[in-house]
Design a protein around this ligand. Structure first.
Ligand code: CP
Length: 313
């Protein structure tokens, strides 16, 4: 694997899931990352991504350097040909080239602004690192995708699945703030590649981009979508059609035990952090239906298998 910026960088999904589960049950003594350094750059906050990726790198024997670019670094300029006479002190050309001398892999988290769809979809921060760095890039959640989370989710569904072909429902849920579509996008992309009965449910106005949904069934009636579901993956995202907006929705889309009655005693997933009693009710999060903690644990093994494959390339 030369880089990991999108689910499409995985060409053998079943085998990478198997390998991750193998790493989880037995961490190899041979440390493929000995003498190598992972640099992690955060333009946005993180708990799981930061700590699970650091843990994964250390399990492989790597050294890890972490920088909160937004707080500690020079403000970066990403435009080619910019006259840098304002607030931006360093160009990505120098920053990425310098970091490539210190690190063997550079991992970047950079959320979308949710104001300018075209700019967000250009993935200008992630792609600038890819353009100007000379080492592999890993996406720690970008403007349009969160592929480490999606690989984690695929691992978790395989781990907990008890039927031949599970029904998996991605359910939109309420949130007071405008959130990116990144987690949902990558989850859709990974589910489209697994042998599952996959349905997306969201209110009108919240359909994901058509190049992401492709021919995946979208059901605007949440109760209907939940019928016989084996897994319910809960996530909020802001509107793609009315880009970045939080729309008024008539019914409450919170996921609670009453809604789970229609499911096949579904396992409930969420990437975390989750706002209790807004996105998912306590009666679900505190029940055996919720597998969010086990899901978060699998972040380590998803990151470990990705870093391992890049190091082995
Ligand atoms: N799920 C996830 O990416 O968590 P963090 O934002 O805490 O990293």
């Amino acid at each position: 694997m030369k880089k990991y910026t999108s689910i499409s960088d995985i060409d053998d999904l079943e085998s990478i899931i198997r390998e991750a589960r193998g790493l989880k049950s037995h961490n190899p003594e041979y440390k493929v990352g000995t003498g190598k350094t992972l640099g992690m750059l955060f333009f946005n906050n993180s708990l799981r991504t930061r700590l699970s990726t650091e843990k994964a790198a250390k399990l492989l024997g790597m050294d890890v350097m972490i920088m909160n670019v937004d707080k500690d670094g020079w403000a970066l300029e990403f435009e080619d040909g910019a006259v840098m006479n304002s607030d931006k002190a360093e160009h990505i050309k120098e920053a990425a080239a310098v970091l490539s001398q210190y690190c063997d892999i550079i991992a970047v988290r950079a959320f979308p602004g949710l104001k300018d769809k075209e700019k967000d979809e250009s993935e200008h921060i992630l792609n600038s690192f890819q353009k100007y760095a000379s080492v592999p890039i890993v996406n720690l959640e970008s403007a349009t995708g969160h592929p480490l989370q999606a690989l984690t989710d695929a691992i978790t569904i395989q781990e907990f699945n008890q039927v031949e072909r599970p029904k998996v429902v991605l359910s939109w849920a309420p949130h007071p703030k405008a959130l990116p579509q990144s987690v949902a996008n990558s989850f859709v992309e990974v589910m489209q590649r697994l042998d599952v009965d996959f349905v997306i449910t969201n209110p009108e106005g919240y359909d994901l981009a058509s190049h992401i949904k492709k021919d995946t069934r979208v059901e605007h009636d949440q109760e209907k979508a939940f019928e016989d579901a084996d897994f319910v993956y809960v996530k909020n995202w802001s509107s793609y059609e009315s880009y970045g907006e939080v729309l008024n929705v008539e019914k409450n889309w919170i996921v609670d035990q009453a809604k789970l009655k229609a499911t096949n005693n579904a396992k409930v997933m969420h990437c975390l952090p989750v706002r209790r009693n807004v996105v998912i009710a306590d009666d679900v999060l505190d029940s055996d239906n919720a597998i969010v903690i086990a899901q978060a644990n699998n972040r380590t093994y998803a990151a470990q298998v990705v870093l391992k494959r890049i190091l082995e390339c």
